[in-house]
Design a binder for this molecule. Structure first.
Ligand SMILES: Nc1ncnc2c1ncn2[C@@H]1O[C@H](COP(=O)(O)OP(=O)(O)O)[C@@H](O)[C@H]1O
Ligand SMILES: Cc1ncsc1CCOP(=O)(O)O
Ligand SMILES: [Mg+2]
Length: 263
């Protein structure tokens, strides 16, 4: 698989990515988007969200820190993106933890996200919240349960599903990519999953709902984390930006650990 072209295209396109995200990761996500070659804008007020969606190439909605104003802006943004055919990604942070999160997810799913990106727990919880049969949130730490839930979500919603973890999975129509890049230390830095969702927004803005392009950026992000690993989480958080910015084709291709198969 020649995947580097997707990274080059993203850098050459410099997509404008509209983010409605959480307070914890706003800065991380904006910097990750800049580092990978995209242009971020964070805006959630209902009074300006339709204009922001219109001028942007993609939308990222992340439910990490909800409040009524954010929820109103998210629903209007998702509605606008759906009506305009703009790609958008949902990061269902903490799915299953509260009724507020589950109910917000269900309302957002009515606007057909292009991609859902969550960890194993979140993907199983989203499928449970939508009434899709799953083995319950507790078993979600088992990635094979999460993959089954992801397949159900894809079959029922038509959404591409990215499940992050020790192995990242990208589930699309008839095809699964498995990506083994990344480092366990990445789980010790808050906001890396959210930053991954943000940069997937960038590749949606550059390449649309192209599973190979999306998988390329999943791998690219994991490789950035591998290279950023130093003394501990502090240096990883900072050095991740340097590697998102500077990884070249030979480094990417030498480190890439990806396979795909049909289902
Ligand atoms: N055990 C692991 N080994 C290697 N990489 C990991 C591991 N866990 C998570 N990652 C990587 O960390 C990033 C964030 O994923 P994750 O921690 O699953 O998201 P979240 O922060 O939303 O829970 C992804 O790039 C993923 O590949
Ligand atoms: C800790 C926390 N609480 C609400 S949002 C958030 C950040 C989550 O970031 P990530 O899912 O990337 O770890
Ligand atoms: Mg997360």
């Amino acid at each position: 698989m020649k995947l580097w072209k997707h990274i080059e295209h993203l850098r050459n396109t410099a997509p404008l990515v509209h983010n409605i995200t959480n307070f914890v990761v706003m800065n991380n996500s904006a910097n990750a988007l800049l580092a990978i070659g995209a242009s971020p804008i964070m805006a959630h007020a209902k009074e300006e969200v339709p204009e922001m969606v219109k001028i942007s190439n993609a939308l990222v909605i992340n439910i990490g820190t909800l409040d009524p104003t954010f929820i109103e802006g998210m629903l209007l943004a998702a509605k606008t993106a759906h009506e305009l055919g703009k790609p958008w990604i949902l990061d269902p942070v903490g799915a299953g933890v509260s009724h507020l999160r589950n109910s917000t997810i269900q309302k957002l799913l009515e606007y057909h996200p292009t991609v859902i990106r969550g960890n194993a727990s979140e993907v199983v919880a989203v499928s449970s919240a939508t009434g899709i049969k799953s083995k319950g949130v507790d078993s979600s730490m088992n990635s094979s349960d999460a993959v089954e839930s992801g397949k159900e979500l894809h079959k029922n919603l038509g959404t591409i599903v990215c499940i992050s973890g020790a192995t990242d999975y990208l589930i699309s129509k008839g095809q699964i990519f498995e990506i083994q890049n990344g480092d366990p230390m990445m789980t010790k830095v808050t906001g890396l999953g959210c930053s991954l969702s943000a940069v997937l927004g960038a590749v949606l803005g550059a390449s649309g709902a192209d599973p190979e392009a999306i998988a390329s950026v999943v791998a690219y992000f994991g490789i950035s984390g591998e290279l950023a690993k130093g003394l501990g989480p502090g240096s990883l958080q900072v050095q991740l930006l340097d590697h998102l910015y500077s990884i070249d084709q030979s480094t990417f291709e030498n480190r890439l650990k990806i396979c795909s198969y049909t289902w």
